[in-house]
Design a protein around this ligand. Structure first.
Ligand SMILES: *Cc1c(COP(=O)(O)O)cnc(C)c1O
Length: 387
């Protein structure tokens, strides 16, 4: 019996398991084989094999690339050695003299790439508050080629109106790129809103286990896909076969993990919001979150990251030293909870005054809620917050 499914017709949770390559056609094996090979034999020199060299194509990586393209609803996917490899490879669609408009609270590594590396290649960036469409419009220059979004943003979870920015960008022939790391395709599929390229640090929720570093990109059209393919092969920023397999293994449980973590995150956010000793709580699911309505239009959930301001850097450092359950670390999106300190970790590359401007205060902590019992996480945080 043929097991060929029309994947687009299946529900998201079913597609996570039945993505087309879940059974090895040659042997019936229950997971994608790891093709640990750098090159492929030409049995007939006139008839080259499907893949000829693993930088240009590897069957294990290909299975992952088709998988993420299916989940995001794009035409072609790409897997890279890290999220930053995906992001830097994508930015190299731009040429010297081009200008890009970027959300001001962009991921710290992307900020570093733009301000320290691409600036030397004469690629110019204007950072704007993407929640204000007028600011985006005002940043347009004759040499503007692209708009780069991240929503919810990191770590203050500000919301960009994806459809509005994309519609405006398209009217000026600008490429639109969106970092979808925080939501994953389970909650948010920006290609459906017209975005041209969706990017991921798959190191986070997609991998989900703090054990693999990877990046993904998905193209909306075959033309953009061809450009990304040329860059991935030309730059050699590819993901290795072992890592590709590990990532697919993690992705199968994406929905189960996200749904559990989100329920807990909502409870944590509400608990923090009720406390008088917490200066501010950032979570798109809270009633007072300024971007909640827009977020609900473009996403089906609020995610698993809650940021909160404990009032001072001194108190933040105390909490970090006193918590017993979460990993105190850079990163997010794992089975275990991760508590991080943006001012000294992910956003340390940002000058202090820029950080302050963007709401990344010294008292701000970012809690990525994992799969522990929420009661235990709350009790632990309570003891850490107690003087
Ligand atoms: C972690 C992260 C990145 C960078 O990904 P790496 O896998 O660490 O290279 C990019 N964007 C966001 C939103 C991230 O959280």
């Amino acid at each position: 019996m043929s097991r060929d499914n029309n994947q687009e017709e299946l529900q998201f949770s079913t597609r996570l398991l039945h993505f087309g390559a879940e059974i090895d056609r040659a042997t019936g094996a229950s997971s994608v084989p790891i093709y640990q090979a750098s090159t492929f034999h030409h049995e007939d020199i006139h008839n080259p094999p499907l893949h000829d060299y693993s930088r240009s194509g590897n069957p294990t990586r290909q299975a992952l690339e088709d998988y993420i393209a299916l989940l995001e609803g794009g035409v072609r996917g790409f897997a890279y050695a890290s999220g930053m490899a995906a992001i830097s490879s994508t930015f190299l669609m731009l040429s010297a003299g081009d200008h890009v408009i970027v959300t001001e609270d962009v991921y710290g590594g992307t900020y570093r790439l733009l301000t320290l590396i691409l600036s030397r290649m004469n690629i110019e960036t204007t950072f704007v508050d993407m929640t204000e469409l007028d600011q985006v419009k005002a940043a347009l220059q004759p040499n503007t080629k692209a708009v780069y979004m991240e929503t919810p943003s990191n770590p203050t979870l500000k919301i960009t109106d994806v459809a509005a920015v994309t519609e405006w960008a398209r009217s000026h022939d600008l490429l639109t790129i969106l970092d979808n790391t925080f939501m994953t395709p389970y909650y948010q599929r920006p290609i459906e809103q017209g975005v041209d390229i969706v990017l991921h640090s798959a190191t986070k929720f997609l991998g989900g286990h703090s054990d693999v570093l990877a990046g993904l990109a998905v193209a909306r059209t075959p033309e953009i896909g061809a450009q990304l393919k040329m860059l991935q092969n030309g730059l050699g920023t590819v993901l290795a076969p072992q890592e590709s397999w590990l990532l697919m293994r993690g992705m199968k449980t994406l929905e189960a993990r996200m749904a559990h973590s989100e329920r807990s995150a909502a409870r944590l956010a509400a608990w923090l919001d009720d406390r008088s000793d917490i200066a501010k709580v950032f979570y798109p699911g809270l009633a007072q979150h300024p971007g909640r309505e827009i977020h609900e239009r473009q996403s089906t959930g609020y995610g698993a990251v809650v940021s909160f301001d404990v009032g001072s850097g001194e108190r933040a450092r105390k909490v970090l030293n006193k918590v017993k359950l979460p990993l105190v670390a850079v990163s997010l999106g794992a089975v275990e909870s991760i508590l991080s300190y943006p001012a000294m970790m992910s956003h340390a590359a940002m000058p202090a005054e820029v950080r302050a401007e963007r709401g990344i205060t010294d008292g701000l902590l970012r809690f990525s809620v994992g799969l522990e019992a929420i009661e235990d996480l709350i009790n632990d945080l309570e003891q850490a917050l107690t003087e």
